[in-house]
Write a protein that binds this ligand. Structure first.
Ligand SMILES: Cc1ncc(COP(=O)(O)O)c(C=O)c1O
Length: 386
């Protein structure tokens, strides 16, 4: 007998920062997680796109366990072999021209440091961001996040921001100027509901940045490390950014984030200008190396791309109005509010995500999702949409 969603939940000592789903997850294997009552769920949300390899992946688990036995931590005051090899691997799989890496712990921290690099490189003070963007909750990241009203409690933004509307070439012309330090964008706007930016729009922005001396920062915190079917989403957009941020799936659940940049941009950094206590710690690097090794195995990414097409077709057949996004970052657009549909899917044993667009169900499944699991989701989705 399946357990009732929402039963037996205790009062929490945590601050009420989140609207949580009414379940308690205790373990996971592959794409499946189990709640405290033993009910199983197929995870089509992947813990905000973090669980790229699903749960209890043997290579990731073994790498973390091995590293824990060898060396849990050493700071950036010393060299650590796993930091060196994991950083090299990240640079090897990154688009050409991104030759240097700075390791930190979270997406917002990656954005803060990426912006710092852009300010240093250009000596300018303004940033151009895209309406609908989500870049994080720390001061600088919040300034370029379009959804900051509810929690943006800082007294003032740390710099001026010019906003462009997605696909407005006119806005790009107007707001990427000789005062712009950086144009920042997500290749697919995740929190907005998997909103695609077209290659033409991004290419035009990049060409203006070259003409007007601004840097291009691609926020691949959600789209990076295979989520869209290529290692980085910018590979599909036909540009090479000056700076790329990546986090979420990079450690497969272990907190790790990175800023990638060119040798030239990195040459502005002298010892003492950037820093972190935990960033680049051995555990994070062991996790990152394991994830990168798995995702770059031959055939892994083509399968992600192929299964994502199958998932999109399945959802359309099940009655979804339209689909946006790339690869396994997908927005299912409904003719009705998404919240009751997501709740009904949860009752049937499927975890899904929300979006700022109230009619969108966001899917960010582990990259190891298979066709049989997609079929199961398709059946449940058609039942709840019927
Ligand atoms: C595109 C993007 N950038 C930045 C962030 C912030 O990352 P974090 O929550 O790790 O600070 C997120 C988080 O959802 C994101 O989706």
């Amino acid at each position: 007998m399946p357990s009732q969603v929402g039963s037996d939940l205790k009062a929490s000592p945590e601050v009420s920062a989140y609207n949580r789903l009414p379940i308690e997850i205790v373990s996971g294997n592959g794409c499946e997680v189990l709640d405290a009552n033993g009910k199983s769920y197929l995870d089509f949300y992947g813990g905000h796109a973090v669980s790229a390899l699903g749960y209890a992946h043997p290579k990731l688990t073994a790498a973390i366990a091995k590293q824990a036995q060898e060396l849990v931590f050493q700071s950036n005051a010393v060299d650590v072999p796993i930091r060196e090899s994991a950083s090299q691997l990240l640079v090897d799989v990154a688009p050409a021209g991104l030759e240097k890496v700075f390791l930190i712990n979270s997406g917002a921290e990656a954005i803060e440091n990426a912006l710092r690099l852009a300010f240093l490189q250009t000596g300018r003070k303004r940033v151009t961001a895209v309406r609908g963007a989500f870049h994080g909750r720390t001061a600088a990241a919040a300034a370029i996040t379009d959804y900051n009203e509810a929690w943006y409690s800082f007294p003032q933004a740390p710099f001026e921001v010019d906003w462009v509307i997605p696909e407005s070439f006119e806005d790009l012309e107007k707001y990427i100027t000789d005062k712009t330090a950086a144009f920042v964008f997500e290749p697919v706007q995740g929190v907005a509901g998997a909103v695609d930016l077209s290659p033409e729009f991004v290419q035009y922005a990049a060409s203006l940045c070259i003409q007007r001396g601004a840097t291009v920062i691609a926020d691949e915190i959600q789209t990076g490390i295979g989520r869209t079917g290529t290692m980085f989403a910018v590979e599909q957009l036909g540009i090479t950014p000056d700076i790329v941020t990546v986090a979420k799936g990079l450690g497969g659940g272990f907190p790790v984030a990175a800023v990638l940049c060119s040798n030239q941009i990195a040459s502005n950094i002298k010892p003492g200008m950037l820093g972190t206590t935990f960033g680049g710690g051995p555990m994070a690097c062991a996790a990152m190396q394991a994830v990168l090794e798995v995702v770059s195995e031959p055939g892994f990414l083509p399968k992600v791309a192929d299964n994502a097409i199958y998932l999109a077709e399945t959802c359309l057949k099940a009655g979804v109005k339209s689909i946006t996004g790339r690869g396994h970052l997908m927005g299912l657009h409904l003719n009705q509010p998404a919240a009751p549909i997501r709740h009904a899917l949860l009752e049937k044993g499927f975890l899904t995500g929300d979006a700022k667009n109230p009619n969108v169900v966001r899917l960010l499944p582990p990259l190891i999702l298979n066709k049989q699991q997609i079929d199961q989701f398709g059946v449940a989705l058609s039942e709840v949409l019927a």
